[in-house]
Write a protein that binds this ligand. Structure first.
Ligand code: HEC
Ligand code: HEC
Length: 334
């Protein structure tokens, strides 16, 4: 029964052979789960478990039991992960994988160090580890906070009781139903409500909440590309994005054959991108609005080779950058 549930959760990560035989710890399965998109442990422990914000794991021969203790009942400020997020079998696989790696001479740097002169709330968010996943200025998260008009009580629940509160927020955020959540549950005795208040106030009052914008660039037939831009904020709650600019950067030697979508302005040379860009300008994208832009190029472009930016002048960031900008890139089909 247990094995069946594990099989569903990590489909695609374990080889079917290992499942069928009910084999013991599997270092290869541990490696693929660690490196894949289903967990974010590596944001703190490093891509090879070499250590960063969290201690090194590679080459230290930690046992499966030591992994279980650290992950279910963390000693310090690491969040606790549930069995649905990483099963005991997954942890045994991690233990086997890291036991197979050499010990590192020097642990790696933090992904996001505490900057000199950072605001108090930012210093808290970085030193407690939140920023190792959310980034130094919580950009994506501030869009979700804005789009859902997140109050402090709800914010607190989403941190202390994450695995229960997050599915209730009603935002899939890249997680398809049944997929594991990446963030664990924090212990209020380790991370105080006062500290959470400082982080929340920093995102809301120092930086400002953002509209919850999402952009997705995909390829259609031949050299035609479609960009979908959506304001995923809740109706009548989330902010609109005003004075919006959409740019698609043209790879060298590639021309626009045809373009459509609201507010198309044509092609101009962009000094910042050091390239020509196809540009659209829109007055407003309100919550639940979806805008579709299409461009046909003179030659096809590989996934990763076509990029662009979405920016909006209002609401402006309260401090830091003058303008909010989001990057997008052409994804592989599927
Ligand atoms: C926010 C950063 C962060 C994330 C994310 C994180 N850890 Fe940790 N981890 C730490 C820190 C810090 C420690 C040191 C003890 C503590 O604070 O609980 C630690 C300790 C550990 C230990 C004990 C190491 C030892 O020396 O005994 C293990 C094992 C571990 N983490 C595994 C994981 C796994 C597996 C995941 C993903 C499911 C994970 N960690 C996610 C920060 C993190
Ligand atoms: C292991 C990476 C990781 C760490 C560490 C982490 N988060 Fe998250 N957080 C996420 C992800 C990813 C989501 C989206 C849901 C999910 O997959 O769990 C999320 C969701 C949230 C949400 C719900 C709204 C939203 O943006 O989706 C809040 C609030 C939040 N995090 C705050 C925090 C705070 C505060 C800390 C530090 C105390 C923290 N997080 C630490 C990865 C992390």
């Amino acid at each position: 029964m247990k094995k069946f549930a594990i099989g569903i959760l990590v489909a695609g990560c374990l080889s079917s052979g290992a499942l069928a035989q009910g084999a013991g710890p599997d270092a290869a399965a541990g490696k693929s789960l660690w490196e894949g998109s289903q967990t974010q442990c590596r944001s703190c422990h490093g891509r090879l478990g070499e250590g960063a914000f969290g201690p090194p794991l590679s080459g230290r021969s930690l046992s499966a039991a030591e992994f279980r203790q650290a992950v279910r009942k963390p000693w310090g400020i690491m969040p606790a992960f549930t069995q649905d997020q990483v099963s005991d079998a997954d942890l045994a696989n991690f233990a086997a994988y890291f036991a197979s790696l050499p010990k590192v001479a020097e642990p790696g740097p933090w992904r996001f160090p505490v900057p000199d002169g950072g605001r108090p709330g930012q210093r808290v968010a970085i030193s407690l580890g939140c920023a190792q996943c959310h980034g130094a200025t919580f950009d994506v998260a501030r869009g979700i906070f804005g789009g859902t008009a997140l109050g402090f009580a709800q914010f607190k629940d989403l941190v202390y009781d994450h695995t229960v509160a997050m599915p209730k927020l009603g935002i899939a955020e890249g997680n398809t139903p049944g997929q594991r959540l990446h963030m664990g549950n924090y212990d209020p005795l380790r991370i105080s409500e006062q500290q959470l208040r400082e982080i929340y106030d920093w995102t809301k009052n120092d930086l400002g909440f953002r509209p919850f914008m999402e952009a997705r660039l995909t390829s259609g037939s031949a050299a035609t590309y479609t960009l979908k831009v959506e304001n995923s904020g809740f109706k009548q709650k989330g902010p609109s994005a005003d004075d919006v600019t959409v740019n698609i950067v043209l790879p060298a030697g590639v021309r626009v054959v045809r373009a459509s979508g609201e507010g198309y302005k044509g092609v101009r040379s962009d000094p910042a991108a050091k390239a020509d860009v196809a540009e659209w300008k829109l007055a407003r994208i309100a919550p639940t609005d979806e805008k579709v832009f299409e461009v046909t190029l003179s030659a096809p472009v590989e996934p990763g080779g076509l990029k662009g930016t979405l920016s909006w002048a209002k609401p402006a960031p309260k401090t830091g950058a003058k303008l909010d900008v989001m990057n997008f890139v052409l994804r592989a089909p599927g």
